[in-house]
Design a protein around this ligand. Structure first.
Ligand code: PMT
Length: 409
């Protein structure tokens, strides 16, 4: 009998889920599960042990998920490194059905097939749904292995009792869809506190052209914005990074590249519709050339050059005045060289922000270009939080910890 038809919970929609299938008769049941998750907007990738392919063909999973199922350490799938690719990619892993053999290999740290190698390379929460003969299920060795997995933070979905393929009746049937979804949601909630949220981050220093080969910019490397985007994505948010800097994108982060402040504003106006949070780490220019030369300015033709600059409209201030974006919680960054608190509060008010991170850009060990940062997070209600020196990624997580409880539900 296939799995019961149960609606896919909202928390699982949009996630990247690896479904690892091992060789038990219940393998056919998870075809429906893969199909339901895919139809609900979840990205599902499947890996199968060689034995699992004896029960269900890889083509069946490819048919319902739209992606090739990986069936071996050196075959199937579309990655040059299949043994780590899926574990690296996934935000959640479901092992279903998990045979006694796979449970034992997981507990023992073995990785001699694509399923166990993926599990060893995984960085995300893992849910294991055992299904086996009742005699195997009752063996102390199996129960000890499951206890080991639970101790290590793996969520185990107990099998159900009923008719088994062996003809016996007893415990060992793969849990139903409701039980599997509940366990998956539980694992997601524990790790992904931004699941279901849409976050927009800005990064880098905007570039304002002087002529076709020159521009005015600043020292921002984009590292702070990229760290915020990676942290939000790792915590389950759908993240768009509007960036004037170029770095490799983190898994799950959609990057929109911009150059000028005007381009950044236009991109933000479209990206922020329906968003929950804006993290404005970009160093946006305050001035730009009043006129852009259409052709390269040649040194042979001008002994000296006077550039007339005009001020650039404030992006976050104009977003604050846009009624359609009223639901977006706006966090700015203030680049200061003294009086972080007073200058931060002044900017927070002037730009209509809900919070601001003031950081000291006169220090060489943090701020522009550094892998580290420090500062103070100030909220519009007057509360203040010291952000101790940390890597930009650690600081990003700390900022999210403090901002998350303030996001409207
Ligand atoms: O990129 P990194 O090398 O990692 O360095 C990180 C950083 C130092 C650039 C970052 O931590 C930081 O401080 N970013 C904000 C830089 C800045 O533009 O500060 P500001 O005080 O000039 O502006 C305050 C806020 O207004 C910022 O959120 C800024 O994005 C925004 N702004 C500024 C000017 C403008 N025309 N429009 C804006 O929206």
């Amino acid at each position: 009998m296939p799995l019961d038809p149960t609606p896919v919970p909202d928390e699982l929609r949009g996630l990247r889920i690896a479904l690892l299938v091992s060789g038990g008769i219940a393998a056919y049941k998870v075809v429906d599960l893969a199909s339901a998750l895919t139809q609900a907007g979840t990205e599902v990738r499947v890996a199968m042990t060689p034995t699992a392919t004896r029960f269900v063909g890889a083509a069946t999973f490819e048919g319902v998920t739209g992606h090739p199922a990986v069936t071996g350490l050196f075959s199937g799938g579309d990655s040059p490194e299949p043994h780590v690719a899926l574990g690296d990619w996934a935000q959640l892993i479901l092992v279903a059905p998990a045979t006694a053999n796979v449970v034992g290999k997981m507990a023992g740290g073995r990785s001699d097939d694509i399923v166990t190698a993926t599990l060893l390379a995984a960085r995300c929460p893992v849910v294991v749904a055992p299904a086996m003969n009742d005699a195997m299920w009752s063996k102390q060795a199996v129960q000890d292995n499951l206890a080991t997995l639970r101790r290590r933070g793996v969520t185990v979905v107990e099998p159900e009792s009923g008719h088994l393929a062996s003809g016996h009746s007893g415990a060992g049937r793969l849990a139903g869809a409701q039980g599997l979804f509940n366990a998956m949601v539980h694992a997601v909630r524990a790790r992904y506190d931004l699941a279901g949220r849409r976050v927009v981050v800005t990064a880098g220093g905007t570039r304002e052209p002087i002529d076709p080969v020159r521009f005015i910019s600043n020292y921002s490397s984009g590292k702070m914005g990229f760290a915020l985007a990676a942290a939000a994505a790792d915590r389950g948010a759908r993240v768009t990074l509007v960036s004037a800097a170029s770095h490799p994108a983190h898994h799950g982060v959609e990057v929109q590249h911009v150059d000028t402040a005007e381009e950044m504003l236009a991109e933000l106006r479209s990206q922020l519709r329906g968003a929950d949070l804006l993290l404005m780490a970009a160093a946006v220019g305050d001035f730009r050339p009043a006129r852009i030369a259409r052709h390269k300015i040649r040194r042979e033709e001008t002994a000296s050059l006077n550039l007339q600059l005009e001020s650039i409209p404030d992006i976050v201030a104009s977003l604050a005045g846009d009624e359609a974006l009223a639901g977006v919680f706006r966090v700015g960054f203030a680049a200061e060289d003294s009086d972080l608190d007073s200058k931060g509060v002044e900017k927070l008010k002037r730009k209509g922000l809900h919070a601001i991170v003031a950081n000291d850009i006169s220090r060489r060990d943090i701020g522009f270009g550094s892998d580290y940062n420090a500062g103070v997070l100030l909220f519009a209600d007057g509360s203040r939080h010291e952000l101790e020196k940390a890597t930009k990624r650690e600081m990003a997580d700390r900022i999210l910890d403090l901002v998350l409880p303030r996001l409207p539900h």
